[in-house]
Design a binder for this molecule. Sequence first.
Ligand code: URP
Ligand code: ZN
Ligand code: ZN
Length: 453
Amino acid sequence: MTWLIKGGWLVTEDRVEKGDLLIEGEKISAIGSDLKVSGAEVLDARGKYVLPGIIDAHVHYQMPIGDLLTADDFYTGTMSAACGGVTTVVDYAEPSRPEDCLNEVIDRRLDEARDKAAVDFALHLVLLPGQEEDGEALREAVGRGLVSFKVFTTYNQRLSYAAIGRCLEQAKSLGALVTIHAEDHDTVMAAREELTGAGQTSPQYHAKSRPAAAEVEAVRRILEMARRLEARPYFVHISTGEAAELIVSARREGLEAYGETCPHYLLLTEEVYAGEDAALYLMCPPLRRKEDNLKLWQALSEGYFQVVATDHCSYTPAQKAAGTAFFNTPAGIPGSETLLPLLYSFGVREGWLSLPQLVQVLSGNPARLFGLYPRKGCLQVGSDADIVVFDPRQERVLEAGKLHSAAGYTPFAGFTVRGYPEATILRGRLIFYEGRFLGRPGQGKFIPGKARV
Ligand code: URP
Ligand code: ZN
Ligand code: ZN
């Protein structure tokens, strides 16, 4: 099919320019002004922004945790993502035990996604203790397109700091990236014990149970190691201003450290934990203070943070309600579908980000960091025709009933967004238009990442 997207404002990482964009088959085939092509389906984009498809570089679909599975599987998760302008997600291949063969873990995850994904996807590879030593298995994983490893400093999957150091070294030699959930486990456990001792275990105490100091300590220790090893750490879902400042200083010194944050850490605060619905906002790390929101916006605005992703990890209110304490309530919230409207409304319209910066943090940077560029993440002739037509005049109040995640709620209910996707195109196919999902399960392809050479 041939599409001519006419007369829109084409937004790239360095400019905003009025023009036309031609799609033939799955690729962008021409960009120019006044393109005329007979037989093309015309999409009138006058007054709209034409952006490269959004990449949500941090999602968890059908993720098992104890007896529970997250609410969204690869179909509902990617369908809701598509309705928000997302055309690529990066999920996780995750071993359940340190003895698991990584190749089989990857095969299984690809099988789970294959017939369900409605947008394209890549995978990060979670490493459990000891797996960072198996250079051959890691090399093979990178060869299969899993060019980023994921490690935790907390939870049952945690690695010691020394093991994370070995990961950083392996990744350096393989041209891969280590992405890190950074919350110091000892600090978290000390806070938990104190609260438990005082009988303060309800979800209302969640922020206190995982204090800012835990994130700051883990980020500090990993940055120290990365300096010594001249390695490249990528910190996922940074929530605190203080950790952001550590990453900013490290980058100013010349270290290649990367910062990712999420819309909830930019827009919500820990005050929500005082309410009845605390569990619906329970994610790790927890929400912080207004000052933290502002420091994170600043780090993004000044280009020290590279990525905004959602950590989409959805549970229904009923799943959440089964938890009785902060330590046994399923942690995570839905987010992919509201990523672009929120970042446009509160990032671009509020003056934190220019439109090219919006494209950098939601598309170009994640594509480059995870080896998908220039197939993904840009408007270039020859790239996959993954496009969002975004209408800056569409205004709506976010409400779960109009969103598509199986979570059935949004932590951003009641937020007014000014600007909303009108159309999402995945490799030349219109998969979302004027509020309706038009895609189908299985149309999303696995996109292997390329290692950095
Ligand atoms: O609470 C969260 N973030 N759940 C998903 C897993 C993780 O730590 O990213
Ligand atoms: Zn995490
Ligand atoms: Zn996560």
